[in-house]
Design a binder for this molecule. Structure first.
Ligand code: NAD
Length: 355
């Protein structure tokens, strides 16, 4: 039984990770999360009464609060997911990304280093700091046949990916300079239940169910490698328990699809799973419209996930089709979760999301 501290555990991937750990292992979990607009305790409702689960509302930039939580919980593993994560928001307001993704990660590294250096040799060798990052740090792939590997040079394009790249470098520097045992994972685009409704897939499902337009950036030809979030959660747990300190692992879904295909797949699934359409809608796909492209929008990301497969035996369980079917069904069956975000009641305020 391990004690695992998870930052950002009230977010999309963090909550999937916490649900996975508590349902599949005997481990204890402490979540530290500041509950930004993207954090939602309703995403942790299934584990809230579990005696192996605890939550503290903490900003990772608050070093004293982080130190206090670590000293009280004495984690063997720290899984660091807290971040500002939405590219469009990073274009509108990059400083919040610098603050949480760079300064916040540095605070977590210093807190972890301070704690780790106080441990016995045996405890030190069992400790790991796992930094959860993105494939966006690698930037755009030029050729259709190229893939990101663990040694691809960093070339981030957006303020979001630049701050995540910076945090990855800091994590490696703390390993090289101070010997802190770290692991970095870089994962492709996730989708699935509890996905915040400003991101492409939930936005499209929710808009379609309301008969609203489905806005696709530019020609919709931007290619991403889509991974079902529960497959990512399994991969993260496998890496933190079986991976090697100092290593990086790429995680991907073997599911390259352009945005246009993603939206068309969603529309086809909705025809089948929600055949009673809003008034005036004949076919969900008729709601698709083109909007001006995002500045600096990378064209293609694709992950070579060979290392994690070879060394740890991880592979995704879901195909794009099975994962998307589960996702569309989840959003159809859980309107209370996303409606409370749209009306702001999940945190007692209106968000003014452009939905
Ligand atoms: P998310 O935006 O859904 O959740 C982020 C969580 O972090 C929220 O609960 C938020 O309240 C919390 N948080 C933000 N700032 C904080 C702070 N200063 N202190 C404490 N908590 C704070 O993000 P996500 O999609 O779940 O992503 C989680 C991690 O995985 C991020 O580091 C992201 O870069 C990475 N990642 C995401 C994807 C993806 O497709 N979503 C893919 C690869 C990697």
């Amino acid at each position: 039984m391990r004690r695992i501290l998870v930052t950002g555990g009230a977010g999309f991937i963090g909550s999937a990770l916490v649900r996975h750990i508590l349902s599949s292992t005997e481990d204890q979990v402490l979540v530290l999360d500041k509950l930004s607009y993207a954090g939602n305790l309703a995403s942790l409702a299934l584990v809230a009464d579990n005696p192996r689960f605890a939550f503290i509302k903490v900003d990772i930039c608050d070093r004293a609060a982080v130190d206090e939580a670590i000293a009280a919980f004495q984690p063997q593993l720290i899984m660091h997911l807290a971040a500002e994560s939405h590219v469009d928001r990073s274009i509108d307001g990059p400083l919040a990304f610098v603050e949480t993704n760079i300064v916040g990660t540095c605070m977590m590294l210093e807190a972890a280093r301070h704690y780790w250096s106080s441990l016995s040799e045996k405890e030190k060798s069992a400790f790991l700091f796992h930094h959860i990052s993105t494939d966006e740090v690698f930037g755009d792939l030029e050729n259709d046949t190229d893939f990101f590997t663990e040694t691809t040079p960093y070339a981030p394009s957006s303020p979001y990916s630049a701050t995540k790249a910076s945090s990855d470098h800091l994590v490696r520097a703390w390993h090289r300079t101070y010997g802190l045992p770290v692991i970095v994972t870089n994962c492709s685009n996730n989708y699935g239940p509890y996905h915040f409704p400003e991101k492409l897939i939930p936005l499209m499902i929710i808009n379609a169910l309301a008969g609203k337009p489905l806005p696709v950036y530019g020609d919709g030809g931007q290619i991403r490698d889509w991974l079902y979030v529960e497959d990512h959660a399994r991969a993260l747990y496998q890496v933190v328990t079986q991976g090697k300190a100092g290593e990086t692992y790429n995680i991907g879904g073997h599911n390259e699809r352009c945005n246009r295909e993603v939206v068309e797949t969603l529309c086809a699934l909705l025809e089948e799973l929600a055949p009673e359409k809003p008034a005036g809608v004949n076919h969900y796909r008729d709601l698709i419209i083109r909007v001006a492209d995002r500045p600096g929008h990378d064209r293609r990301y694709a992950i070579d996930a060979g290392k994690i497969e070879r060394e740890l035996g991880w592979r995704p369980d879901e195909t794009f089709e099975s994962g998307m079917r589960k996702t569309v069904s989840w959003f159809i069956n859980n309107p209370v979760w996303w409606q409370s975000i749209l009306d702001g009641s999940y945190r007692g305020e209106r968000l003014g999301l452009a939905l």
